[in-house]
Design a protein around this ligand. Structure first.
Ligand code: GDP
Length: 435
């Protein structure tokens, strides 16, 4: 028998500090080299992770970012909004690009995004017009509403025919009231829903697993598990910029729930922070910049410009926000900060950094609730740029002096250790910094 004391239990979470698009995909792909299992624990196909490695460039929406290795098992956790068609399309698209077929498991407790969730999302955004939430129309908000209204379909439901028949009839009753009277759109038919669910059953059956049990056994056997978050702290439904948030918690703490592992097993929380800010869609954004200055950063940003991985929408951009990032790191329970996309800033003579918010004439470094945030004006400190390309540098000491000063200044403001510095989109563009 194994001595429990000798077993290496290790769960790490990779999460975002801000509004998403921080580069979590790249960091997860990189860390997955030394992981056995990568689990997506929340969100759905409404946001994307862009990953560049020796197979090519990929935009993943549902698949965990560990799918590029033979040795990893990729899991869709119970906390995910599972769009079965999109999952299969994604598997097909990566294998078409030469990636070996990944080893995938799907939680029997994950719930399914139904076609009517996607339609209701579209109809509601249409109805709201200029007051819309800027949803990606992937069905996420209607999906989570149904999950908490307890009328969602769990993957395990697919194997209970009697339940499916009863539930599809019930769903039609309630949804059709909305479709007819609020949206004036075609009605749902129970037999079509049932046929759809049968198709899902066939597709997903080989992958269905009791994931919390699987992870329990994996941890007992000393495996390393990565929990991969989508979006970032500021899109968390409780701690983010409500109501411009996503519908499932984006915090590492939720990793325990959305994957089904004990909270105390999460030993390392790597919070990804981009070296400047970006936001896709609507929501408060204190350090946002506009005009030519913004367009230049947008075009140079990320890998080929700051344009949404799922929608292609131009992302709003701005300077690094220490107030939002410190808060973002704190809520995540950060042990390590991965500071990404730093190479992009090499063109600037000077780099403003937002170090405080002025609200009603007072300066604060505490991130407020949304009503106050609407009134916040950025307080900047300007640091000198380093005016060169830092890609290819692999040792911290070899970075230009002003670049190190930028990192160290931000670290002193956010008060969490920056231990990974990403200076390019590829897996190998990384500088480890021992703290
Ligand atoms: P995620 O959703 O947090 O995974 O982030 P996205 O994939 O939406 O956005 C990050 C973008 O930046 C992607 O295009 C990445 O390829 C790219 N990227 C990640 N790290 C770096 C980096 O250090 N430098 C550059 N230039 N691009 C990066």
């Amino acid at each position: 028998m194994m001595d429990a004391q000798e077993v290496v239990f290790m769960v790490k979470a990779v999460v975002g500090a801000n509004w998403g698009d921080e580069g979590k995909g790249k960091i997860t792909d990189m860390l997955a080299e030394h992981a056995d299992i990568v689990v997506r624990f929340q969100g759905g196909a409404n946001a994307g992770h862009t990953i560049k490695n020796h197979y090519g460039k990929f935009s993943l929406h549902t698949l965990p970012s560990g799918v590029f290795y033979d040795h990893t098992t990729s899991i869709i956790g119970n906390g995910v909004a599972l769009d079965i068609h999109r999952l299969f399309q994604e598997i097909q698209s990566i294998t078409d690009q030469g990636v070996p077929k990944p080893h995938i498991l799907v939680s029997d407790r994950a719930q399914i995004v139904m076609p009517y969730h996607v339609l209701l999302d579209q109809y509601e955004e249409e109805r709201l017009g200029s007051k819309s939430f800027g949803s990606t129309k992937s069905g996420i908000a209607p999906f989570f509403s149904d999950k908490y209204a307890k009328i969602g379909f769990q993957v395990s439901d697919l194997f209970d025919e009697e339940l499916l028949v009863e539930k599809t009839a019930r769903i039609c009753e309630t949804k059709n009231v909305l479709l007819e009277h609020l949206y004036h759109k075609p009605l749902l038919k129970a037999e079509e829903l049932l046929a759809q669910l049968h198709e899902y059953r066939q597709m997903v059956e080989p992958y269905v697993t009791d994931v919390s049990e699987y992870l329990h056994e994996a941890l007992q056997a000393g495996k390393t598990v990565l929990l991969e978050g989508q979006l970032g702290t500021l899109r968390d439904p409780d701690h983010g910029i409500y109501p411009m948030v996503t519908s499932s918690p984006t915090l590492a703490g939720y990793g325990a729930i959305g994957a089904g592992v004990p909270p105390y097993e999460i030993r390392q929380i790597i919070t990804v922070c981009k070296a400047y800010s970006s936001q896709v869609g609507a929501g408060e954004f204190v350090s946002e910049i506009f005009g030519d200055e913004a367009q230049e950063l947008r075009n140079r940003g990320g890998d080929g410009g700051e344009y949404g991985a799922t929608t292609g929408r131009p992302r709003r951009v701005g300077w690094f926000d220490c107030v939002a990032s410190k808060y973002g790191c704190r809520l995540q329970g950060t042990t390590d900060v991965a500071f990404t996309v730093l190479d992009v800033l090499g063109y600037l003579d000077e780099i403003p950094v937002c170090i405080g918010y002025e609200i009603d004439g007072e300066v604060t470094t505490k991130f407020p609730t949304t009503a106050k945030l609407k009134k916040a004006k950025p307080v900047y400190k300007t640091l000198p740029g380093w005016k060169c390309d830092i890609t290819g540098i692999t040792e911290y000491e070899k970075l230009p002096e002003n670049c190190k000063k930028y990192i160290e200044f931000i670290e002193s403001q956010i008060e969490y250790p920056i231990t990974f510095i990403s200076n390019g989109p590829s897996r190998t563009d990384i500088i480890y910094r021992n703290k």
